[in-house]
Design a binder for this molecule. Structure first.
Ligand SMILES: [Zn+2]
Length: 181
């Protein structure tokens, strides 16, 4: 079902200072068990209005791979994060490889943990923003999602004591400064 590289990612996602409910969500995504419209339809659950369209893109089904990777909105989120981290990454063809690209850019163990943490925060916030829009009349707001990713990754890193202490503005300015300490 999974190849060796994918099995390694399924193991490695737990090795980051991220709340376990958040890692569990990423884990479900890698197993393709997140209740996207496509997955709900496969289980016989009709989404509101019957359309399987992604809320960001007309005519594109909301699958896990679409919503978290191929969707224009997801692409904008990942690219903003790459810019923030100063990474040059070509978008990979699946979510396993996206984790590898992120963590593969780490220069040491601290960076690895920080990058894995940010990857989880992005997955979590893409889903949260999708739910806010569908269930709470939220609006599509890239800046807000990016700010939320920066804030929760900083908070989780601090509270789980795996990332050196730094101030929030320092984290926003350059997470590498904090991870290098
Ligand atoms: Zn989309």
């Amino acid at each position: 079902m999974f190849n060796d590289d994918e099995l390694r990612v399924l193991n490695n996602i737990w090795r980051s200072p991220t709340p376990s409910k958040v890692v569990a969500f990423s884990w479900k995504l890698l197993w393709n068990r997140v209740p996207t419209k496509t997955n709900l339809a496969l289980r016989g659950v009709q989404p509101n209005g019957g359309s399987l369209d992604c809320l960001h893109c007309l005519g594109k089904e909301e699958s896990g791979a679409h919503l978290f990777l191929f969707c224009d909105f997801a692409g904008q989120v990942w690219n903003a994060l790459f810019r923030w981290l100063g990474l040059v990454i070509v978008m990979p063809p699946n979510i396993f490889l996206l984790f590898d690209c992120f963590t593969g850019a780490a220069v040491n163990k601290k960076f690895w943990k920080g990058y894995a943490l940010i990857w989880h925060a992005a997955i979590w916030m893409i889903w949260k923003s999708r739910n806010d829009i569908i269930f709470s009349n939220g609006v599509i707001d890239l800046e807000k999602v990016i700010d939320a990713i920066k804030l929760c990754s900083w908070r989780w890193g601090l509270s789980l004591h795996k990332i050196p202490v730094c101030l929030f503005y320092e984290w926003c300015w350059d997470p590498g400064l904090c991870l290098r300490r």
